[in-house]
Design a protein around this ligand. Structure first.
Ligand SMILES: [Zn+2]
Length: 331
C-alpha cells in the first residue's frame, strides 16, 4: 500500500445523517418504498465517504450507515439465530439480542453489496470494510443450542471466514475484524484468540483487528498471536497508559492508535493530537503507527464527528511536516 507516514483511518461507523434516519422511519411506516430507502442508504454512504475525503482520511469506510447494529446485522443474515424482544444495554439504549437456536451456518453474502457499492464511490483504492468477529458475536448472543460458547464461536468463525473470502473476492483491500468483547473473560481469551484466527485464515488482504474499552491486561499477553497485520485500540480515553503494558508484552504488530475520544463532545485540537502522536513515537517505530479515533464515531453529532476527524488529520500533518524537515521522511 502506498500511503504517507502515520496513515489515518477511522474505526468504521459514522453518524447517520438526520435525513437518513427520517427516511428509515418513513419506510417502516410504509410511506417510502424499498427502492427509495435503498437510494437513501446509498446517498448516505456517498455523503459519509465525502466527509472522510474532505477531512483527509487516508483509509475511509462508508460509515456503516447501512447497518443498524454490529451484532444484529450479521445475526439476521446467518443461519441459526432467532430474535426475541429488545434488551436494555444501558440507560435507555436497547438492542435486539439474538439467540442461537440451531447450528450456525453461512447462508449468503452479507456485506458483498456494501463492498461493491463502496468500491464504486471511493476516492482511494484503500478503503476499509469492517465485520464483527466471532467472539463478540458469541458473547453478545444467547446460547440455546451449543454445548458452550467456545463451540458457538468456532462455528461463527467458519461463517465469518466464508464471508471475508467473498469480500476480498469483491475487491475489499482492507478488512477489519471488530472484537470489542475479546477481553471480557480471562478464562476464555485464549481460545477467543484462536477463534479470531480461524475467521481470518487464508485471507489475502490487509487485516486489522479492533479492540476497545475494557481491561487490556486480559488480552495483552496474546496480542502477538493474532494473525492480523494491525490491531487498533482505544487509547486516548486511557491517556495512553496501555502503551506501557503493550511494550512490556513485546507488542510488535502495527498499532492503530486511538487519539480521539469518541465519548466526549469536546473536539481535540490538532496540537493535542500532535503531542499525543509524539508520545506514541516514543513507544513504537514510526512505520508501525497508524492513527485513528478510539472507536466508531456513530454516537456523536455529525458536525462534531467531522470536526474530530479534521483535527486528527491536522495533528498528523503537523508531525509529517516535522518529519519532512528533519529529513526522516524524504517525500
Ligand atoms: Zn470500539
Amino acid at each position: 500500500m502506498n500511503l504517507p507516514p502515520l496513515p489515518t483511518t477511522v474505526i468504521g461507523s459514522y453518524p447517520r445523517p438526520k435525513w437518513l434516519r427520517e427516511a428509515i422511519t418513513l419506510a417502516k411506516n410504509g410511506r417510502l418504498s424499498r427502492e427509495d430507502l435503498q437510494e437513501a442508504f446509498n446517498d448516505a454512504a456517498i455523503t459519509v465517504m465525502r466527509d472522510h475525503q474532505v477531512a483527509g482520511i487516508d483509509v475511509p469506510t462508508d460509515g456503516e450507515v447501512k447497518r443498524d447494529e454490529m451484532v444484529e446485522f450479521f445475526a439476521e443474515r446467518l443461519k441459526g439465530f432467532r430474535f426475541y424482544g429488545p434488551v436494555r444495554v444501558w440507560g435507555t439504549a436497547y438492542y435486539r439480542k439474538p439467540s442461537v437456536v440451531s447450528k450456525i451456518e453461512y447462508n449468503r453474502p452479507m456485506l458483498v453489496d456494501e463492498v461493491e457499492f463502496t468500491k464504486s464511490i471511493t476516492y482511494t483504492p484503500y478503503f476499509k470494510v469492517t465485520i464483527t468477529g466471532p467472539y463478540t458475536m458469541a458473547y453478545w448472543s444467547y446460547n440455546e443450542y451449543y454445548k458452550d460458547r467456545r463451540e458457538m464461536a468456532f462455528d461463527l468463525a467458519k461463517a465469518i471466514n466464508a464471508e471475508i473470502r467473498n469480500l476480498v473476492e469483491a475487491g475489499a483491500p482492507v478488512i477489519q475484524v471488530d472484537e470489542p468483547a475479546i477481553h471480557s473473560s480471562a478464562e476464555e481469551v485464549e481460545w477467543a484468540v484462536e477463534a479470531v484466527n480461524e475467521s481470518v485464515k487464508g485471507i489475502n488482504a490487509k487485516l486489522m483487528l479492533h479492540i476497545c474499552y475494557g481491561d487490556y491486561k486480559i488480552v495483552a499477553p496474546y496480542l502477538n498471536d493474532f494473525k492480523v497485520d494491525q490491531i487498533n485500540f482505544a487509547l486516548k480515553i486511557y491517556n495512553y497508559k496501555p502503551l506501557k503494558l503493550f511494550k512490556e508484552h513485546g507488542y510488535e504488530k502495527e498499532i492503530g492508535a486511538g487519539v480521539i475520544d469518541v465519548h466526549s463532545r469536546n473536539v481535540e485540537s490538532p496540537e493535542e493530537v500532535y503531542k499525543d502522536i509524539k508520545r506514541l513515537m516514543e513507544y513504537f517505530p514510526l512505520e508501525k503507527i497508524w492513527i485513528n479515533p478510539d472507536c466508531g464515531l456513530k454516537l456523536l453529532p455529525r458536525n462534531i464527528a467531522f470536526s474530530k476527524m479534521v483535527s486528527m488529520v491536522k495533528g498528523v500533518q503537523m508531525v509529517r511536516e516535522e518529519l519532512k524537515k528533519s529529513g526522516i521522511v524524504g517525500k
